[in-house]
Design a protein around this ligand. Sequence first.
Ligand SMILES: *[C@@H]1O[C@H](CO)[C@@H](O)[C@H](O)[C@H]1NC(C)=O
Length: 203
Amino acid sequence: MESSSSSTHFATCFLTALSISLCIISSTSAARDLAPKTNTEFIKTSCSATTYPKLCLTSLSSHASTIQTSPKLMAGAALNVTLSSAKSTSATMLKLSQRHGLKPKEVGAMRDCLEELSDSVDELQSSIAEMGNFKSYDFQLMISDVQTWVSAALTDENTCSEGFGGNGMNGNLKTAVRGQIVNIAHLTSNALALINRYASVHG
Ligand SMILES: *[C@@H]1O[C@H](CO)[C@@H](O)[C@H](O)[C@H]1NC(C)=O
């Protein structure tokens, strides 16, 4: 009798302790999930206003903790992602252009493209620098500079892609290069939309 009541007591305590710890676990994980969920929602909402929302989501979701719910950081992260993609494509293309066996026409298109990509990298870098340090009374000036540079970057990327549109070029090379450039152009277009969004909420 004695032992049965004490084991009942033990079972009750054990269950109570278990449910308390489950409560603690579930409440801490709820608190932990709350912030990232808000950040992810913010990214989804902002991306839905871009021309390539899927690409926007896949390229920026991993930056959710940096972006939080800031339109400025969202635009900044989009520019960063675009810049690093433009830089790495540029490096890949430089290697490709030095490969033997390319036709003169292909080498020419590659060189033109590399120059346009390099301009595009400069314009993206200037935009990032300008957005990082401006006096608050210069907001309109800063935004209009950034809009101009990012639009110019987009034009350069499109020019590069068009240079690869002609006949007489290796099909695989054409597809590979255009695929990469189009991806950068889409990232750039999304960044521009996010910059415009930042400008509109800033007033
Ligand atoms: C963009 O990149 C710079 C340099 O790496 C970094 O300092 C900055 O925090 C990044 N900005 C965002 C919004 O991710």
